[in-house]
Design a protein. Sequence first.
Length: 208
Amino acid sequence: MRNASPTPKKISKNKKDKHELLPESRARLSKAMKHRWLVNRDAMIAAIRGPRPMSPSTKRVARKIKRWHWEKNMSLRQIARKLDITYASLQWYLRRFDIPRRDRVESMNVVFNGHGPNWKGGRISSRGYVQLKMPNHPNADSRGYVYEHRYLMAKVIGRPIKVEEIVHHVNGDIEDNRIENLELRLRYGKEKPHGPLTICPHCHHQLR
């Protein structure tokens, strides 16, 4: 006996298809497709007609950006703040008018004068003492910094400070580096760090 083919299941007319969209979904889909078509239509029209001509004011802004960036050495962030526009708008000007821009390293060298963003002008504070960036000074340390009070005393006496010498603050304020507040003494050690004077504080005559 031949096997009979399976009979298809009957679908109830009252049961809706699970892929059928509701009227609200169909309306949203139709609106989305219409919006997509309008966007594509505007893109096609722009491609056929070419880019719209720029207004004179827009061209003036582009010339300002190029001049400030390359002649006045301003960063793009500074230009955006000065023009009171967003950084994204500034990027649009760069792309639209083919304005060349510096890379990150070159911009940092220009803005910070060859130094990093943490550069404080070569003047820092170490344990309360003021240090100056002077790599070529005889009293400079391995990082190229020299204590300000030692630099001022060496400048007054006309020679570098020796290893056995120490510059003493008279009033005890280590930030007061006025020459009237400095004395050059011998270094005695930790128990008695300040020894006798080696330079007269008044006439700067060599005593020892």
